[in-house]
Structure formats: C-alpha cells, structure tokens
Design a protein around this ligand. Structure first.
Ligand code: ATP
Length: 255
C-alpha cells in the first residue's frame, strides 16, 4: 500500500503540489488526470525521490516512510517508476536493459522468474531480446521500460504517460499488459493523457488541478461525470450532473 498524506512540493516559490493525499492498494490501478502543468509528473517524481518533498506530510510504502530517501532505496523498498519518455539504455540490448532493472537487492533472488514474467508479458521482447534498444519502435521501447521496471519486483509501479506517442493498437496492448501486471498483486499508479483508456482500466482516479486534488472517485463515477467528460474526455454527456469536487478532498486514510 502506498499512501501520500499532505504531500507538498515547491520549485523555488512555485508550489507545484499542495497537500496532496492519495493512496494505492495492492492490485489496484489508480489514474491521475490533470491538465498540462497540473503537477502529475511532480507527484510521481516526489514519490520516487527524484524531487524533494517539502517539510511536513508523509509518503508511506507498506507503512514505512520513503519520503526523500535516495531513489535507489525507494526502489529497494518496492517502488518502481517508468518515467515519461522511457529513458531506456539505447545502446544496450533489450535483454541487457531488462537485467539492469534487477539491480535492486530485493529483486536478485527472483531475477530469473521476473525475467520470465517480463518476457511472457511482452512476447515481442522475447523475440527481440538481442536487438539494440534504440532500434526498437516507440511502443516496443515502452515495453522495455515497463519490463525493466517490473524486474525490480515492485509492489507499486508508477507510470508517467506510458501511452504517449503510441499507435492505438500498441496502446491497447500496453493497457492489457497493465491489467496483467495488476494480477501479480502490484498496485499501479498511472498518469495518463489518454483519459478514456486510463479510466477504462483503472479502479479509481484522482483529478489534479494546479497542484491540488480537486476530485476523486471510482473510475466508473469519474467517467460518468459531466465535468470530467468536458475536461478530459472531449465532450459533454449525460452523466450524474455533479460538479467537482466529486468527494471531499480530505486525506483518504485517517491519521
Ligand atoms: P504535463 O502534463 O505537461 O507533463 P504535469 O501535470 O506533469 O504536466 P509537472 O511537470 O509536474 O506537471 O509540473 C507542475 C508545475 O511545476 C508546472 O507549473 C511546471 O512548470 C513546474 N515545474 C516542473 N518541474 C519544474 C522544475 N524542475 N523547476 C521549476 N518548475 C518546475
């Protein structure tokens, strides 16, 4: 279980995240929706230890604080991030990229099993295991990035805009893979510009606006909400007639 309570991040005087509360349970897919600049990437980066979180507030993974730990210790604790733009090692083969994902001590004893799982999840990677990664298509490189993250045996997997630039067919394949990953018991925190597909696969979602959570709910209720439809799904439809906030934006777990 990943929980953020009162999480804030500032870049100089700019407060990019303001008292955020989110949680992700094992086996759950949670999507974060928000406009450009809302703070979605900052949220994932703060959780992963890549940008410092402000004083106060907590980030707990399975009850233990991971706030502002060095990134490699956060991976060791069980959290993996697939960053926007993939950032795979272009000059290495697919297999070498995957194996590098298993550097965490927590992953070493099960490296072989994890590799088998990644190659089963993405059969294309199995076929192309000796191919130099930068010669793969964008979608295939995304598979490498996700496969590499899964090699660290995470209990929580975070993905920043994984479908960006992928064809509709590859998007469908990607989202199917996420559904498979959740079956392993990992929780998934997804930032997705493809709100329709994100909500279709997610259990729950949060709406992030100017660094604040302005709504949250089940994926079904969010998808049916006219305000969400207008802002993220490209249209106005029937829905429930509610306006934001969908639920009070209090911390979801009592402190
Ligand atoms: P997008 O969908 O466009 O990627 P986002 O929701 O992921 O946007 P962030 O990248 O988290 O948004 O940015 C949130 C705010 O913080 C923006 O106003 C952005 O300009 C600012 N910001 C992000 N990174 C930095 C940085 N390193 N230094 C200063 N400001 C930053």
């Amino acid at each position: 279980m990943l929980e953020c309570r009162n999480l804030s991040v500032s870049y100089g005087h700019h407060r990019a995240l303001d008292n955020i509360a989110v949680h992700i349970a094992p086996g759950e897919i949670v999507v974060i929706l928000g406009a450009n600049g809302a703070g979605k990437s900052t949220l994932l980066q703060a959780i992963a230890g890549l940008v410092p979180a402000s004083d106060g507030g907590q980030i707990l993974l399975d009850g233990k604080s991971i706030k502002n730990l060095p990134p490699h210790l956060i991976v060791e604790a069980g959290l993996a991030l697939v960053p926007e733009g993939r950032r795979i090692f272009g000059d290495l083969t697919v297999l070498e990229n995957l194996v590098l994902g298993a550097y965490a001590e927590r992953a070493r004893p099960t490296e072989k099993d994890n590799l088998g799982r990644a190659l089963t999840l993405f059969p294309r990677l199995a076929e192309r295991r000796r191919q130099i990664a930068r010669t793969m298509s964008g979608g295939e490189q995304q598979m490498v990035a996700i496969g590499r993250a899964m090699m660290s045996a995470p209990s929580i997997l975070m993905l920043d805009e994984p479908s960006l630039g992928l064809s509709p067919i590859l998007c469908t394949e990607l989202f199917k893979a996420l559904a498979e990953i959740r079956k392993t018991g990992a929780g998934i925190l997804l930032v997705e510009q493809n709100a329709r597909q994100g909500l279709a696969i997610a259990d729950r979602g949060y709406l992030l606006e100017n660094g604040r959570i302005v709504g949250e709910g089940s994926a079904v209720s969010l998808a049916g909400d006219p305000a969400v439809q207008k802002a993220y799904l490209g249209g106005v439809a029937g829905g429930t007639g509610r306006a934001w906030p969908l639920t009070p934006t209090k911390p979801s777990i009592a402190t």
